[in-house]
Design a protein around this ligand. Sequence first.
Ligand SMILES: C[S@@+](CC[C@H](N)C(=O)[O-])C[C@H]1O[C@@H](n2cnc3c(N)ncnc32)[C@H](O)[C@@H]1O
Length: 264
Amino acid sequence: MRHQIMNHIIDTKDQSTLEWQPGKQPGQGRFFNQQTGQSYQCIDGIVQMVQAESLEGKNKKFRHLYDQFANSYDVASNIGWAYIGVKESEMRKQCLDCIEFHPQMQLLEVSAGTGANRRVIPDEVHYTGLDLSIGMLKRCQKNLAKWKKHANLFCAAAEELPFASNYFEVVYHYGGLNFFNDPRRSLEEILRVVRPGGQVVVVDETESAAKSVEDFPKLGIFYKDRDTITIPMDLVPGQALNPKCELLFDERLYRISFSKENNS
Ligand SMILES: C[S@@+](CC[C@H](N)C(=O)[O-])C[C@H]1O[C@@H](n2cnc3c(N)ncnc32)[C@H](O)[C@@H]1O
């Protein structure tokens, strides 16, 4: 755990600011709630804010599925994009091309998965990744070590972000919103944690993209019993400034972006 972010972690149950208590080994320690005595362990560099037993509905289903799929995710994603003639790393750079990175920028990726976007984000950016699946985050840790990249990692739900309000300059999301338990609440949380004047960018697949892959072997289970995907502009919080939607890669992806008013 690095950087000032350690002073901006909250307990989503009572909004208290948590105190960081380092452990004996690097990457170990806990965030402690002095009001309630509750603590959240950091194990091998991943802060565990949520336990599988507490999850319900789609969040329970997708945590389990992504935990199982974590070690195959990178290869599957790579092959999937190659199949439609796009180099995956180029796709990722293009999705991020509306963000002007600068050194020391505080950026949060909600649903960081195996860290594939971290790989194409400049090293100097202070990157925090959050995901619901501990399996994906463990894979992410291995990838980061291989790529020599740094990240602060949190296992938590997008619906309850464990960060103080108005902290991040940019919040980025790719690939999970359509199937969150509560996408509206997640977007509200994202807007809460971005600082005034900050930027939010949310990318996910369109209905036509989902239709084109849902019968692929091993992927079907992710799409089983799903609702038809509609681009969720109606879920963008009313206070969001300049909400905009674009379609990318032959309408396979939508990218919603908005910012937060300077005086909010
Ligand atoms: C398609 S993957 C995308 C991973 C990564 N962003 C990428 O670009 O490769 C979707 C991710 O969303 C995560 N996820 C699903 N529901 C979530 C939730 N409610 N809150 C946070 N993450 C969630 C999954 O664990 C999974 O890692």
